[in-house]
Design a protein around this ligand. Sequence first.
Ligand SMILES: C[S@@+](CC[C@H](N)C(=O)[O-])C[C@H]1O[C@@H](n2cnc3c(N)ncnc32)[C@H](O)[C@@H]1O
Length: 288
Amino acid sequence: MLEEFSGEVRGALARTTQTLKNNQFKKPSIEAVSLVANALKLNKISLYLNYNKALSNPEQSAISKLLTRRLNHEPLEYLTGQVNFMGLDFIIEPPVLIPRPETEVLVETLVEVARDKKNPIIFDIGTGCGIIGIASLKFLPSARVYASDIIDPRLARRNAIKQGVSERISFLRGDLLTPFSGEADFIVSNPPYIPSSEIPFLQPEIKFFESHTALDGGEDGLFFIRELIRTSGAKLKKTGMLLLEISPEQANTIKKEALKHFESVDFIKDFFGRTRVFLAKYPKFIKS
Ligand SMILES: C[S@@+](CC[C@H](N)C(=O)[O-])C[C@H]1O[C@@H](n2cnc3c(N)ncnc32)[C@H](O)[C@@H]1O
């Protein structure tokens, strides 16, 4: 049972930090600021401006409740309802996948290759909370995005409104490329790519709170990647490109598979020098 957070804001911050530290959380002071600010419905600057403010009983118990959830390894982003991606603030809710920094490399690559194209059409498969499609639109002013997911894309729709791009993005629901008609210049996806057998060994924040539909890539992790490589030629323009986030150790298998369906393939590394993005050009599929 956690002690109630009596006293002032600064006392609550100190005790939250100490409790997180005692429980081996890696960034106790940063997390404490987020938790206390969120419990008090303040932004971080206002929190510091209210450093000496006395806490009411409901405020104390709000802090205590959030800390208890965090000690139970619920991700901080689900507790605050917010996540930052490429400098943009997105709404996040369980169990939708929390965007990862690696995915910024995928969006940066897409923006780079699409920059000189007029009115590019982008299909974003497995959009989750919408970050890939929405962030791309912020950097590609003439682009149009069609974003899909097997789950209801309502969170992505809310994020598109929040980011002011809802007029340039349409949401579809269904399996991989099946809900799409027409052809894209770019098909982009961060599909589930973790081998099923690895899921039980993921950290509690991931395996107990994020949707396994967003993580589980089947026996070798490549189920969705293979499907997208096999089927995207039919939905790409002749000069179109497929871009996927991958796990570094999957690169060789993916390359072999992709060369059956595309003339040219390439890989881009992330900030740690690990192969993270797969790019394929010139689909071999001949349209009738
Ligand atoms: C790794 S998450 C990526 C989410 C988001 N695009 C991102 O990068 O943060 C994979 C997404 O694919 C979706 N998904 C899983 N199976 C799918 C399928 N058969 N068709 C379409 N989307 C699928 C999941 O619901 C999840 O939102």
